[in-house]
Design a protein around this ligand. Structure first.
Ligand code: KIV
Length: 274
């Protein structure tokens, strides 16, 4: 079974909407693989799995280990890995060397970098050396300190030029796709119309070529619920019920029952020779 390729994504899969969800671990990745076009090993794992306040402390080693698990447990989806904060900003050479390490150690299909026009030379440098890059503009979680919070972009039209220029510069630099995060619908629509490569939206409306969500958010496993998150199911309650049942059965010695308990082999008693 062949994995979805960067080429499939870049050519917008014949105008079919592109589906993307985050995956950080083997059990979730296994579930998603059959259904989802792109599995994003996002640095949001810092907040979702490690309870960090933001994505800034995430390291390249963490990203690589989680991406290895996702690759090992899947066969169909195109797997993209986030380069975390501090691993690509210093120079294009630093960015390439960390992107290369990520590809070599994980076998993922490409890397995602946050930033627009400011990192266009970096994106060009990496893609010209054979590593596919997904861009990420609009609300950039790695810029949370600089931005003073997570703010929706493009509410005033005078802001638009910056984001349109960001998108065009990434496409010209060779990005195969761009995540548009936290921006108003008309701006996302405008960028999607201008670009030849697909846009993947998160909090950026139905006008994008595809959508991405953090899987744990849409399963109701996280506590955050920004407007753009749709909770398709809330699995906290059934999980909590199962945990309560376990506690009560352990305390009452109902678990482990015979079914979950090992016994010795039946004893064969040899007849004594006379
Ligand atoms: O880190 C992440 O999970 C992301 C997506 C939400 C786009 O960047």
């Amino acid at each position: 079974m062949a994995r979805k390729t960067i080429y499939d994504i870049q050519t917008k899969m014949g105008n079919e909407k592109i589906t993307c969800l985050t995956a950080y671990t083997a059990p979730i990745a296994r579930l998603l693989d059959e259904h989802i076009d792109i599995l994003l090993v996002g640095d949001s794992l810092g907040m979702v799995l490690y309870d960090y306040e933001n994505t800034l402390p995430v390291t390249l080693d963490q990203m690589i280990e989680h991406t290895k698990a996702v690759i090992k447990s899947t066969v169909k989806s195109c797997v993209i890995m986030d380069l975390p904060f501090g691993t690509y900003e210093e120079s294009k050479e630093q960015a390439f060397s960390n992107a290369l390490r990520s590809i070599k150690e994980t076998n993922c299909a490409g890397v995602k970098l946050e930033g627009g026009i400011l990192i266009k030379e970096t994106v060009k440098y990496i893609t010209e050396r054979g590593i596919p890059v997904m861009g990420h503009i609009g609300l950039q979680p790695q810029s949370v300190i600089l931005d003073g919070g997570y703010k929706i972009k493009g509410r005033d039209k005078f802001e638009w030029k910056k984001y349109i220029d960001d998108a065009i510069s990434l496409e010209n630099a060779g990005a195969f796709s761009i995540v548009l995060e936290g921006m108003v619908e008309p701006l996302a629509e405008e960028i999607t119309k201008i670009l030849n490569i697909p846009t993947i939206g998160i909090g950026a409306s139905v006008k994008c070529d595809g959508q991405v969500l953090v899987t744990e958010d849409m399963l109701g496993l996280t506590n955050i619920s920004p407007k753009f998150v749709k909770e398709y199911i809330n699995i906290r309650a059934p999980i909590e019920n199962a945990i309560k049942d376990y506690v009560s059965e352990v305390k009452s010695e109902k678990f482990p029952s015979e079914k979950h308990t090992y016994q010795m082999k039946p004893m064969i008693v040899k007849e004594e020779k006379k």
